[in-house]
Design a protein around this ligand. Structure first.
Ligand code: XMP
Length: 320
C-alpha cells in the first residue's frame, strides 16, 4: 500500500489520463458497488456523455438491488441501463456445484451479456473498476490462484475493447478516499464489498433460484440488524457482513412438528483491504436477533443459524 496517497493529485492525473486515452465512446459495467461506482463517476467526469453505464442483474444480486442502482445513478445525475439477465444465469448454473466452475461460468456469461449490450452503444473502450486485490488474488504474479475473482469483468483475452482500468493500483481504502473526494455519498463509498459472482458464491453447491430467494432474505436480515446495532452503538460496523446458505438440511422443530430445513451461516469480518480479515466480535444479543428473525421469517426453509468465527487466513471471507 502507498505510504502517502495524494487523492486530489491522483484524481486530476487520472482524469487527464482517461481523457487522453479514450478517443471515442466508452462503456462501463456498473454493479452499484464502491469500485465500479467510483470508476464510473471518475470516467464520467473525464468523458461526460461519451460514457455509457450498464448494470447487469445476474439474478444473484441482493434483495432490491435494481432499485438501489436506479436511485444511486439518479442521485449522481448519470444514466444507467438496467439489464435483467437472471434467467440466463440460472440456466447456465443448473446442476453446477463446483465453486471455481460457478465463478468461471458466471464470469464468462457476464461478459457475453455485457458485450451484447455494449456493442449496441458503438463503444470501443471499456472502463473497469478493477482494484489491486482483484488481480493479485486471481493469481497474477507469483501467488497461488485462490479464487478466480470476477470484478464485473474477469475478461477473456479477446474482447474487442480497449481496456481502461483507472483504479488498478488502488486498494479499497484508497478507492473510498477517491469516492469521498469525488463527492459520492458516504453510504455509497463506504458500502461493504459484494463479490462479482454475487450470491452464487454464498450458496454452497447448486445455486438455484429458490435458494437465491431464501438467501436474499437472510442477507437482508443480517445486514439490517448489524447496521441497526452499529447505529445504536452496540457494535462497530464490520468491514463486511452477510449470510451464506449451506447445502445440507438438519432436523428441527416448528411448533410441535418435526422440521427439516437449511442452515444459514452469518459472517462478519474486520479488514483493511480484504487480503486478511479477523472475524468480528458481534455481541450475542445482536446475533440472537438475527437468528430469531431468520428462523421466524424463513421458518418454512431455515431452522438453524450459525456464526462463523474463522479469520482469513485460514478461511477466506466468502465461503466459495
Ligand atoms: P475472499 O473470499 O477471497 O474475498 O477472502 C476477499 C474480498 O473479495 C470479495 N470477492 C470478490 N470481489 N469479485 C469481486 O469483485 C469476486 O469474484 C470476488 N470474490 C470475493 C469478497 O467479498 C471480499 O470482500
Amino acid at each position: 500500500m502507498r505510504k502517502l496517497f495524494d487523492v486530489k493529485k491522483w484524481i486530476a492525473e487520472e482524469e487527464d489520463w482517461i481523457r487522453g486515452a479514450v478517443t471515442g465512446e466508452a462503456v462501463i459495467a456498473t454493479s452499484g458497488g464502491v469500485d465500479s461506482t467510483v470508476a464510473a463517476v471518475l470516467a464520467h467526469k473525464a468523458l461526460g456523455r461519451k460514457l455509457h453505464c450498464i448494470y447487469v442483474n445476474t439474478g444473484y444480486m441482493r434483495k432490491g438491488e435494481d432499485e438501489h442502482v436506479r436511485e444511486l445513478f439518479k442521485g449522481l445525475e448519470m444514466e444507467v441501463e438496467v439489464v435483467d439477465a437472471g434467467k440466463r444465469f440460472y440456466d447456465a448454473l443448473k446442476g453446477v456445484t463446483d465453486p471455481e466452475e460457478k465463478r468461471k461460468i458466471i464470469g464468462e456469461l457476464f461478459i457475453r451479456v455485457f458485450e451484447e449490450r455494449a456493442k449496441q452503444t458503438g463503444a470501443k473502450f471499456l472502463v473497469q473498476g478493477t482494484i489491486a486485490p482483484d488481480w493479485i488474488e486471481s493469481g497474477a504474479g507469483i501467488r497461488d490462484n485462490i479464487k478466480s475473482h470476477h470484478n464485473v469483468g474477469g475478461l477473456p483475452e479477446k474482447h474487442g475493447f480497449k481496456l481502461i482500468e483507472p483504479l488498478r493500483e488502488l486498494y479499497k481504502d484508497e478507492v473510498r478516499k477517491v469516492g469521498k473526494e469525488l463527492g459520492i455519498a458516504e453510504e455509497v463509498y463506504n458500502r461493504q464489498p459484494f463479490p462479482g459472482p454475487g450470491l452464487a458464491v454464498r450458496i454452497m453447491g447448486e445455486a438455484t433460484p429458490d435458494k437465491v430467494k431464501i438467501l436474499q432474505e437472510a442477507v437482508h436480515i443480517a445486514e439490517e440488524e448489524i447496521e441497526r446495532a452499529a447505529r445504536r452503538g452496540e457494535c462497530e460496523i464490520p468491514w463486511q457482513y452477510f449470510a451464506v446458505l449451506l447445502p445440507t438440511k438438519t432436523v428441527g422443530v416448528l411448533g410441535d412438528k418435526r422440521a427439516y430445513g437449511y442452515t444459514i451461516g452469518v459472517r462478519a469480518v474486520q479488514s483493511i483491504d480484504g487480503m486478511t480479515a479477523k472475524y468480528s466480535e458481534i455481541p450475542h444479543s445482536v446475533l440472537a436477533r438475527i437468528s430469531n428473525r431468520i428462523t421466524r421469517e424463513l421458518k418454512d426453509h431455515v431452522n438453524r443459524v450459525v456464526y462463523d468465527i474463522t479469520s482469513k487466513p485460514p478461511g477466506t471471507i466468502e465461503w466459495e
